[in-house]
Design a binder for this molecule. Structure first.
Ligand SMILES: Cc1ncc(COP(=O)(O)O)c(C=O)c1O
Length: 510
């Protein structure tokens, strides 16, 4: 059971008292609607002009309301690049709700804010401590900034075939060896809902005067319920890239960047975010951030209470099904599995003798059920305030049928094993590898060479190879296993994965 954090967790009400504005207000959304209701004659982009200049089928489908607020940064509507009006007010309310000193809105997903975080603190040659199981956007930020990643081994779960977080001890060891690092980056929680002891990691890192950046793509909601793990801001981290769109009720692609403390410069963050952001920012996405914040701040606790209850009930029911295992609080207790988000249902299917991907496809074909993700050994279902008891009963029923259907091939009482390869060694910085002279060579002949491209399974988007790493037979085998299982292996120039792009070797001329 996660410990509860009522004492550590700054409440939204405290924030409300600090600034005399209400979390029930939605300054950005309300102003947009008022503007649309005035029905101005528009001589500005977007050229569809409230939908009148677009394909009628699309207009009918999307609807007048959405099209009337698909607007642009004209003076009354503020500008995300220099917020002074309604966007500034909406960001201020979000900062109070998330316990941050400042919140930046993003229309470039969490990927955009992750790159901003890395580029705000690292320049060419600067060291950044990162777990190796990071999302590709962190590696993109590292390539763009020219930073040198110092990888920390995440704790590997050989039962589930997944990686968890990094431990305070490993961060301590890494900082002892690299006290000149410019930042430590932590994933909190992981895609699978597991967290390490973020507060201790923050304390250790701060004792070196170094900022902690948090990939909080899967943790927007955790700030709002005391039974969920501590959020980045609650744990004292300096920056957090948070996907409101994933689990917080805003529209796809809308995210926030929270910052606090004196180790990062708000002005530099704003400048870099602006460099990486389109000048044509979607007001539909921005308004959805404003309204998602309102719902989380004012009703989040009650909504999450029900979500946690539904998820726990479903977890117990799945655990009664033969040959399936839905991960629960029993996996807690190591430094890397300090707490968990119970709204994630990680279901291990390996004892049925089929892959997670086969289960994903079977659920789609037989029951019209779409899961969040699958891998070789598991499927992942996310439970949010958008779920109903009825929907959850359907997945439990479908999983019971699955267990019966595949019973004949289940590994009776034999624990199926998982294969997770070693992390390859890094020979060049990702940026040097990315910009080096390269050549494409056959996949089968690439072991021992330095790779120049990212190879990953998406989702979750965690690279098997990053530019600069030495290709190993074991990692090639793992890549092949994923391809053969039908999983979406991506990133390489050659979609068919028959060849890999590697650093060119220069041989002496005979
Ligand atoms: C751990 C992690 N970080 C970052 C991201 C990027 O988020 P976004 O899709 O909002 O760009 C993802 C997306 O899947 C993720 O899983």
């Amino acid at each position: 059971m996660n410990k509860t954090y009522d004492f550590d967790r700054p409440s939204v009400e405290t924030g409300e008292r600090r600034e005399s504005c209400s979390q029930l207000e939605t300054p950005l959304f309300t102003a947009l609607v008022e503007h649309a209701n005035k029905n101005p004659i528009q001589f500005h982009i977007p050229g569809h002009k409230k939908g009148c200049g677009m394909d009628p089928d699309f207009r009918k489908f999307i609807g007048k309301n959405a099209l009337s607020i698909d607007l642009i940064n004209i003076a009354p509507l503020d500008d995300l690049h220099h917020p002074k009006g309604i966007i500034k007010q909406a960001q201020e309310l979000a900062a109070i709700a998330f316990g941050a000193d400042h919140t930046f809105f993003s229309v470039q997903g969490t990927s955009g804010v992750i790159m901003t975080m890395v580029m705000s603190v690292c320049g060419p040659g600067d060291k950044i401590l990162v777990p190796r199981n990071v999302h590709k956007s962190i590696m993109s930020g590292i390539v763009f900034s020219g930073a040198a990643p110092i990888f920390i081994h995440p704790e590997v779960d050989l039962n589930l075939g997944i990686s968890h977080g990094i431990t305070p001890e490993s961060v301590k060891r890494a900082l002892e060896q690299h006290p000149d690092a410019k930042a430590v980056l932590v994933i909190n929680p992981t895609y699978f809902g597991i967290v390490g002891d973020l507060k201790r990691i923050v304390d250790i890192t701060h004792s070196y005067g170094i900022p902690v950046l948090v990939d909080e793509a899967h943790g927007v909601h955790i700030h709002f319920h005391h039974e969920l793990p501590l959020s980045a801001m609650q744990a004292g981290a300096d920056m957090a890239a948070t996907s409101v769109h994933k689990l917080g009720g805003s529209m796809t692609q809308s995210s926030i960047l929270n910052i606090q403390g004196s180790l990062v410069s708000k002005e530099r963050v704003q400048m870099i975010l602006s460099m990486l952001t389109t000048t044509s920012t979607s007001y539909i996405l921005l308004a959805s951030l404003d309204t998602a914040r309102k719902l989380l701040a004012t009703e989040g606790r009650a909504l999450l209470e029900n979500t946690i209850r539904l998820a726990e009930q479903t977890r117990s029911q799945i655990n009664e099904i033969d040959d399936l295992y839905c991960v629960g609080h029993e996996i807690l207790g190591t430094d890397a599995t300090f707490a968990m988000d119970p709204t994630k249902l990680v279901i291990s299917v390996k004892n049925l003798g089929i892959t997670g991907y086969e289960v994903e496809k079977w659920l789609r074909d037989e029951f019209n059920i779409e899961v969040e993700m699958s891998d070789l050994y598991n499927i992942l279902c996310i439970i949010t305030p958008g779920d109903t008891e009825e929907g959850l009963q359907k997945i439990v029923y479908a999983l019971k049928e699955l267990s019966i259907e595949f019973k004949h091939q289940a590994n009776f009482n034999v624990e199926a094993s998982v294969f997770l390869p070693e992390i390859p060694a890094l020979a060049l910085t990702p940026r040097d590898a990315f910009y080096a002279q390269t050549e494409a060579i056959p996949f089968e002949e690439s072991a021992g060479r330095i790779i120049a491209e990212f190879i990953m399974v998406y989702p979750p988007g965690i690279p098997i190879f990053i530019p600069g790493e030495i290709i190993t037979e074991e990692n090639l085998l793992y890549t092949k296993k994923n391809i053969e299982a039908g999983l979406p292996v991506q990133g390489g120039e050659d979609y068919a994965m028959k060849s890999l792009r590697v650093i060119k070797e220069h041989h002496a001329i005979k």
